[in-house]
Design a protein around this ligand. Structure first.
Ligand SMILES: [Zn+2]
Length: 314
């Protein structure tokens, strides 16, 4: 569901109307977050997101929270939560509230699904992966079957309308979810709460106003805006950062064997992140002091607008 010119064109009429919703919140109301998934240890790409979300919030006298997105329990990588928490300390990040863990909040997400059931906005889907085949767009097969919710996947209904947002770095992005995606899953048949739902609910409950994250999540945004809209939550501001790629042009990830951050090299790594984000250099010092200096020099206009950063990263 990348930006599609046809969709962008169909959606253009809506943009002027929607623009006002993407505007800035007054700085004192800025609340940002860093929300890693513990599917592997933090790597250079995750550090870019952590630094940028932190500096963006702190340079606007905002709050910055950390949330561990661990609802997909089978994908949790042993010890990665510990590595994430140790990394935050080693790099001098100071969250403004207790770190929350989504797997401890499953009943909250279940309650939200219950609210959506009451409003007739979700339904049970019995389609297996095999039945869906390679079709990326769900055709609404089970929408009107009124299946029992037990032991089935739960999908939210989308409508034939344009969802647009103006990303602070990546510009305008639009999608018609019905054409580009179809009704999407909020809870899997195995009971796992989908990432999309947990993100939207927690952003709302934590009072998040600004999302700063990697461009790999750009195409999730319209889904999240749609969910927020049906739940009556306020709109957020979005900034999607260029992704660090390895020398082979692959996104840094556990699958591509990205190296775990070496916490003994924290100052050097921070200097590299600041350089990758095209910010003014900071003096080599303790990680905590370097981060403080980066906040005072933070300038979003200097961040590269492309979606990929290619380089040799530690
Ligand atoms: Zn189905």
């Amino acid at each position: 569901m990348t930006v599609n010119d046809d969709t962008a064109e169909q959606c253009s009429a809506f943009v002027l109307q929607r623009n006002s919703l993407d505007g800035h919140v007054s700085p004192s109301h800025y609340t940002g977050r860093f929300a890693p998934s513990p599917t592997g240890p933090l790597h250079f790409g995750s550090l870019i997101t952590a630094v940028a979300s932190y500096c963006d919030a702190k340079s606007q006298q905002g709050k910055w929270f950390v949330r561990i997105e661990d609802t997909d329990i089978p994908r949790i990588y042993p010890d990665s939560e510990t590595h994430i928490l140790n990394s935050l300390d080693a790099f001098g990040f100071e969250p403004d509230d207790e770190i929350i863990f989504q797997r401890q909040r499953l009943s909250i997400y279940e309650d939200v699904i219950e609210q959506l059931k009451q409003k007739n906005l979700v339904y049970a889907c019995q389609c297996t992966r095999k039945m869906l085949g390679s079709n990326a767009i769900y055709q609404g097969t089970c929408r009107n079957l009124a299946l029992d919710f037990n032991n089935q996947a739960i999908r939210v209904k989308v409508s034939d309308e344009c969802i647009c947002f103006n990303d602070r770095l990546q510009g305008r992005h639009c999608s018609n979810l019905q054409h580009d995606l179809g009704d999407f899953v909020l809870k899997r048949r195995d009971g796992i709460i989908n990432y999309q739902l947990a993100v939207v609910v927690d952003d709302y409950l934590q009072g998040i106003t600004h999302v700063v994250r990697g461009a790999d999540l750009l195409d999730n945004t319209q889904r999240q805006i749609w969910l927020g809209q049906v739940l009556g939550y306020p709109r957020l501001s979005y900034m999607h950062l260029p992704l660090a790629m390895n020398a082979h042009g692959q996104k840094l990830s556990k699958q591509n064997l990205a190296q775990a951050l070496d916490l003994k090299q924290a100052p050097l790594l921070l200097a590299q992140v600041i350089e990758a984000l095209h910010q003014a250099p900071v003096e080599l010092d303790t990680a905590s002091n370097m981060l403080k200096q980066a906040v005072t020099q933070w300038n979003t206009h200097q961040i590269p607008h492309q979606t990929e950063l290619i380089g040799t990263f530690l």
